[in-house]
Design a protein around this ligand. Structure first.
Ligand code: UFG
Length: 326
């Protein structure tokens, strides 16, 4: 069964393609290669196209007749969204609207969407569950929340069935290092720390040490990318089994501060990580920790690899053996 995977050349999308192929599906990657890599498309056909170009989406449907969609493609940098909100509204919302309209026009009505815990904003000391009010702090989170709403409306009118996953912080890499995380520029904490370990950069700037947390740095809930994409296969099966539309948080319920992540990287790699203290980064929430009980209870999702040492170990293995350097 063909599954259209937008953003299949990106970090999470490429891991999802591997998981889909392993589960017996054929992933059709649709990607504009703006932040993804051609070399990451290893598990099925590739269609180069852009979601803001409706005709290129139609061509992918006509060529491959997908039965369902996993929609990963999006811009996802909070700093960029803060400096250029229009880019986020245009790319993430208009691109998704084109895809959703194409899906309903082609009668492809099972849709898995990558949303984010950034839609919740900053809610003091709350463990966030799917019923928590969404109050995004930035255009990135707001654009994802808007797409959730569009999906809802197309569900009501056109019968679109959707599973929405709100991710917490995705980390790690394929334990077999066939695919991994590679952004240019890199803005995410763990790959930056590993660049510092490898000597590719001088050190890590900690963005703020005056937050009201145990050590003054921001807290995030990190989930292993392999566990995250396993949830997508379960979500796809959920839809194909006719279980209807549902929202699931994907995190582990454990929060790690920036300093704890850096300390863990020091222990796993047995190398130093020089740090400097910088200003707060605009748009950052203080603490984002998931309640993922619903995914565990209803999808029978069981994170297997989402411990901090394992995520850093797998990311470090990937960092050493492979990337998509041109
Ligand atoms: N951080 C640093 N120094 C760095 C990089 C990051 O101190 O060089 C800090 C950030 O300020 C933040 C934490 O490390 O407190 C994690 O930052 P990331 O950039 O790795 O991740 P974010 O939490 O900002 O963003 C990620 C995804 C988003 C998603 C968001 C939800 O990139 O797509 O998680 O929290 F929306």
């Amino acid at each position: 069964m063909n599954i259209l995977v937008t953003g299949g050349a990106g970090y999470i999308g490429s891991h999802a393609c591997k998981a889909l192929a392993k589960a017996g599906f054929t992933p059709i990657t649709f990607d504009n290669l703006s932040t993804g890599w051609r070399d990451a498309v290893k598990f099925g056909p590739f269609v180069e196209g852009d979601l803001t170009d409706r005709a290129s989406i139609d061509r992918a449907f006509e060529a491959h007749d997908p039965k369902a969609i996993l929609h990963f493609a999006a811009l996802s940098r909070v700093d960029e969204a803060m400096s250029n909100p229009g880019l986020y509204w245009r790319n993430n919302v208009l691109g998704s609207l084109n895809l959703i309209e194409a899906a309903t026009d082609h009668n492809c009505l099972d849709f898995v969407f990558s949303s984010t815990c950034a839609t919740y904003g900053d809610q003091d000391n709350v463990v966030l569950d799917e019923t928590t009010a969404q109050m995004p702090l930035n255009a990135y989170g707001a654009s994802k929340q808007a797409v959730e709403r569009i999906l809802h409306d197309f569900g009501v009118t056109h019968g679109l069935r959707r599973v929405i996953f709100r991710y917490f912080n995705v980390a790690g890499a394929d334990p077999e290092a066939e695919v991994g995380e590679f952004h240019r520029p890199e803005t995410h904490l763990i790959p930056i720390v590993l660049d510092a370990v490898a000597g590719v950069r001088d050190g890590v700037t900690i963005y703020g040490t005056d937050y009201p947390t145990k050590d003054g740095t921001c807290i995030r809930d990190y989930v292993h990318v392999s566990d995250l994409v396993d949830a997508h296969v379960l979500g796809l099966r959920w839809l194909l089994d006719g279980k209807g539309s549902r929202v699931f948080n994907l995190g582990t319920g454990s929060g790690f501060s920036v300093r704890e992540v850096i300390d863990s990287a020091r222990r796993v790699t047995n190398r130093d990580v020089p740090t400097t203290i910088g200003d707060r980064r605009a748009g950052d929430a203080i603490k984002l920790v998931s309640g993922s009980k619903r995914a565990e209870d209803e999808l029978q999702w069981q994170p297997q690899k989402s411990t901090m040492p394992q995520m850093i170990e797998d990311a470090w293995r990937w960092h050493q053996v492979a990337d998509y350097r041109e």
